[in-house]
Design a protein around this ligand. Structure first.
Ligand code: CA
Length: 99
């Protein structure tokens, strides 16, 4: 797998619009669209993504401007937080000499 930042950025945009275009405004995620995205793309990162309360909680945390929708900027906040968490996880592994 080749890694490049530009490709990762394009992928991030592609993934967002793949889900945001399903219903309502195609530039924002509704709660249902967010739920589908979390279940399909990030199930292994999230505890109980099938749980309605979990989706509700994530939605509330992401929805900075409180309009009941998650726009791309709000979505990127989630991805950045998860990426930082992943990085810390791998740095810990490194410390343990498991890498
Ligand atoms: Ca919003």
């Amino acid at each position: 797998m080749s890694a490049n930042l530009k490709g990762a950025m394009v992928d991030l945009i592609d993934v967002f619009y793949k889900y945001s275009g399903k219903e309502g405004d195609k530039y924002t995620l509704t709660k249902l669209e967010l739920k589908n995205l979390l279940q399909s793309e990030l199930a292994e990162f999230l505890e109980g993504p099938n749980d309605a309360h979990v989706v509700e909680k994530i939605m509330r945390e992401l929805d900075d401007n409180k309009d009941g929708l998650v726009d791309f900027q709000e979505f990127v906040g989630l991805v950045a937080a998860l990426t930082v968490a992943c990085n810390e996880f791998f740095m810990d592994l490194d410390k343990c000499g498991n890498k």
